[in-house]
Design a protein around this ligand. Sequence first.
Ligand SMILES: NC(=O)c1ccc[n+]([C@@H]2O[C@H](COP(=O)([O-])OP(=O)(O)OC[C@H]3O[C@@H](n4cnc5c(N)ncnc54)[C@H](OP(=O)(O)O)[C@@H]3O)[C@@H](O)[C@H]2O)c1
Length: 222
Amino acid sequence: MPPSSMAVERIGVLGSGDVGRALGRGFARHGWDVKLGTHSPERLQDWLGEVEGAGGAVSVGSFTEAAAHGDVAVLAVLGEAADVLDLAGPENFAGTLVLDATNPLDFSEGAPPGLLFCGTDLLGERIQASLPDASVVKCFNTVSTAQMVDPSFEEGAPPMMICGDDAEGKGRTEVILVELGWPGGLDVGGIDSSRYLEALVPLWAIVGAKRDTWGHAFAVVE
Ligand SMILES: NC(=O)c1ccc[n+]([C@@H]2O[C@H](COP(=O)([O-])OP(=O)(O)OC[C@H]3O[C@@H](n4cnc5c(N)ncnc54)[C@H](OP(=O)(O)O)[C@@H]3O)[C@@H](O)[C@H]2O)c1
């Protein structure tokens, strides 16, 4: 919880699946005022009951309402996210730090997943191109929902790998990550590096299936 003298920070979470709910609950636990955006807000009433008293205020609304809720947003939807960004209204992201957790995973041939597209631009770059007035930082996409907030690793949490074009946005992301229990971020470059952060995820799934462990993360060691 933030000290009472600090302004409560607001975050819009676009997506109400496993990632959206984990991050919504996690940010609320750290005192943030959270609005979850979804196609069907009425389906989230039970979840709202579960997170009541988590810490900060939590509410549910449309994608537009979530995008307009604060100057930080999380993108946590399936697919290319383009239709959700259209529904939310790209103008609602002007000046917003968008933490992009999405991966273009293709489960059409089962597990482990492949990538819906790869080699050139991946989702982070497409999302930044769709939201030219926002600062998009790829974040959270290489870890499981259980580890996204207050991570717990036997050998200590590694810095979260992030990338984005805007240095200020990445700096703010690092501050947020520390608040959420991470040692910080590992800056792996501009938003064009999202093609590599997203391509790590099928490998993450293969490692998980081989070891039957789903709380792992990749770390850079020296
Ligand atoms: N699960 C993980 O451990 C994990 C970890 C890191 C990153 N990710 C990535 O985070 C994103 C969300 O994953 P998730 O596990 O939360 O998925 P999920 O539980 O299946 O949730 C799906 C979310 O995507 C929305 N959605 C469903 N179909 C859609 C479509 N065709 N176009 C746009 N949005 C659609 C849903 O909308 P409604 O809210 O209206 O139902 C819901 O918010 C994915 O890109 C995934 O690769 C997942």
